[in-house]
Design a protein around this ligand. Structure first.
Ligand code: AMP
Ligand code: MN
Ligand code: MN
Length: 321
């Protein structure tokens, strides 16, 4: 793969390297970022910098080297990096204020797996057929013959595990399971990582999520299931934004549901949407509102209130059902 050689040359020849994960980080963007940090260190003994746009969910605080990440609000935005690499970033607006660092960089690499990714950046390694950005990085490391140690394997496994919903989603292929088998051979403990990713929720999060499920609303003979979440709900249950992760999947798990979504208030004029589906293409629906993602899992940030957003989304979903 020609792009892999460009990837290797850019990393080899760059002194200052910055790796950027997306806003509201998940296991894939964080696992891929930490896996890439460790890989660059192992291969060239160079320490890249890692950047987050919003806080790391507590459950991912165990990822190797994640404690060294910088927050976008604390970083010098006038700096010109030799190389900036985005991981699992579907579109540049997903790195918000860090776009300035990307645009200023001498060289850029885009590692991703979203079908709505427009191949931005100097070297774009975007594979929509891959389960996760972490799987894309796994393929790059294999192609280049870079060594994968247990630390790198752990980070990549977390990315693949979480983006396949614990090896349950349609993106779970034999290739994914073979890659994970190889990562286990490199030292991953699957049960330990399963527990860290799926059985480490706080009591506050469980109670908050029950509240959101209890408040769910239904449309079109229960084909659409959705929940509206206000900031005051988060305050009441003393949880952060990442507490909404997984609610849209729970709503999709109903027998009757075709499409589920969660509309989370940002303020009175904007809202963040997480949408899931069993059949229809929700990346298409979310792209109407400036977002994107995958066929069965997508998202967007709208410029409307939560109730207005829900109304508009339901109208668009109904056109597809
Ligand atoms: P989420 O609901 O936040 O878990 O996101 C579901 C999928 O859609 C993930 O793969 C996201 O990366 C993607 N996604 C979420 N929001 C956006 C957005 N505003 N633009 C593009 N892709 C998004
Ligand atoms: Mn992601
Ligand atoms: Mn991903």
């Amino acid at each position: 793969m020609e792009n892999c050689n460009n990837f290797e040359n850019l990393i080899k020849n760059s002194k200052n390297i910055l790796i950027i994960s997306h806003i509201n980080p998940d296991g894939d963007t964080l696992g891929c970022m930490c896996g890439l940090f460790s890989s660059i260190y192992k291969k060239y003994k160079k320490k890249a910098e890692m950047l987050i746009i919003s806080p790391i969910p507590k459950i991912y605080e165990f990822l190797p080297h994640i404690k060294t990440v910088k927050n976008v609000s604390d970083i010098d935005k006038s700096r010109e990096y030799d190389l900036v690499i985005t991981v699992d970033v579907a579109a540049l607006d997903r790195i918000v204020d860090a776009q300035i660092l990307f645009n200023k960089a001498k060289h850029t690499i885009n590692i991703d797996h979203h079908k709505t990714n427009d191949n931005f950046g100097e070297v774009a390694i975007v594979k929509p057929e891959a389960s996760s950005a972490s799987e894309v990085l796994f393929d790059i490391l294999k192609e280049l013959n870079w060594e994968i140690d247990s630390e790198i394997a752990t980070s990549l496994y977390v990315g693949i595990l979480t983006d396949t919903g614990g090896f349950k989603f349609e993106n779970t292929t034999s290739k994914v399971l073979n890659a994970c088998g190889e990562l286990i051979d490199k030292g991953v403990n699957p049960n330990d990582l399963y527990k860290r990713c799926y059985e480490s929720k706080s009591k506050e999060i469980i109670l908050f999520q029950s509240h959101c499920i209890n408040n769910a609303k239904f449309e079109n003979n229960d084909k659409i299931a959705y929940s509206i979440i206000y900031n005051k709900d988060l305050e009441k249950y003393n949880v952060k934004n990442d507490a909404t992760d997984g609610i849209a999947e729970t709503l999709r798990s109903m027998f009757t549901t075709e499409v589920s979504f969660v509309a989370k208030e940002i303020d009175s004029k904007s809202c963040k949407v997480s949408m899931r589906s069993k059949k229809i293409d929700v990346a298409k629906i979310c792209s109407i509102f400036g977002g994107g993602g995958h066929k069965f899992a997508a998202g967007c940030t709208t410029k409307y209130s939560v109730t207005e957003t829900a109304k508009k989304l339901i109208a668009e979903i109904n056109k597809e059902l």
